[in-house]
Design a protein around this ligand. Structure first.
Ligand code: SAM
Length: 215
């Protein structure tokens, strides 16, 4: 699965996407991530990508020309939907990430900044708008990484058995509920004991206990 990210801060992605599971997934070619600097597409002589809002008001708005050209450029190689990350979009949920992962369709992720992007781009070039929660961040870069992480870990082979997502919170097998508590060694830590049932080796009783702890 291929993700193309459109941003004016391409270096923001350097740390997270180059570590751990997402790094491994790229190395094994299970996912591909391409980052595009919207500023490079600006025809303004100072490479400007924002301007004051018509009608007045605080803040700047991302101008349509660089966004239009950047999207059109990426669409030459990525035929998937253009997703604009915005707090006004539909909220990302586990069933939605499952659907996106199972479709295995490439995605173009558009990151806003400032007050957002010119509405004409949303009206004509954006296919879907997604929010990662009802709060406002400074930009769409973290939401884009959240989406890539949440989708990628569901792609077969991306996470190993020891990190399996089958029994995670909100998964189908947990009936979309929140997962049971986890304990590891030592069995006693600062006078706090692990529940006896987990040490019993009795699989049925452990399963029943875990089911009873789902929320
Ligand atoms: N003026 C916008 C509003 O009130 O809806 C908020 C703009 S925000 C400061 C700048 C950018 O951050 C947005 O265009 C969007 O790309 C991104 N962003 C902020 N919060 C987000 C969220 N909860 N989910 C997805 N993207 C978000």
């Amino acid at each position: 699965m291929r993700f193309d990210i459109l941003t004016i801060f391409p270096n923001i992605f350097d740390s997270y996407l180059k570590e751990s599971i997402i790094k491994r997934a790229q190395k094994s070619k299970l996912i591909k991530i391409h980052i595009h600097d919207i500023r490079k597409f600006s025809k303004d002589k100072h490479k400007k990508v924002d301007d004051i809002p018509f009608g007045g008001g605080a803040g700047m708005v991302m101008t349509p020309q660089p966004l239009h050209d950047a999207i059109k450029h990426v669409q030459k190689t990525n035929k998937g939907p253009v997703i604009f990350l915005t707090p006004q979009g539909e909220t990302l949920t586990q069933p939605k990430t499952e659907k996106l992962a199972s479709k295995n369709r490439d995605l173009i992720l558009l990151c806003g900044r400032y007050e957002g992007i010119d509405q004409r781009i949303r009206d004509t070039l954006v296919d879907r708008e997604i929010s990662i929660g009802s709060y406002v961040l400074t930009g769409g870069e973290l939401p884009a990484m959240v989406m890539i992480d949440a989708i990628s870990r569901l792609i077969p082979g991306v996470i190993g058995k020891e990190e399996s997502h089958q029994q995670d919170s909100f998964s189908k097998s947990l009936k979309r509920k929140k997962e049971y508590p986890h304990y590891t060694r030592p069995a006693t830590f600062k006078e706090m004991n692990v529940p006896d049932v987990l040490l019993s080796g009795h699989h049925k009783k452990i399963e029943d206990w875990r089911k009873s702890k789902l929320k």
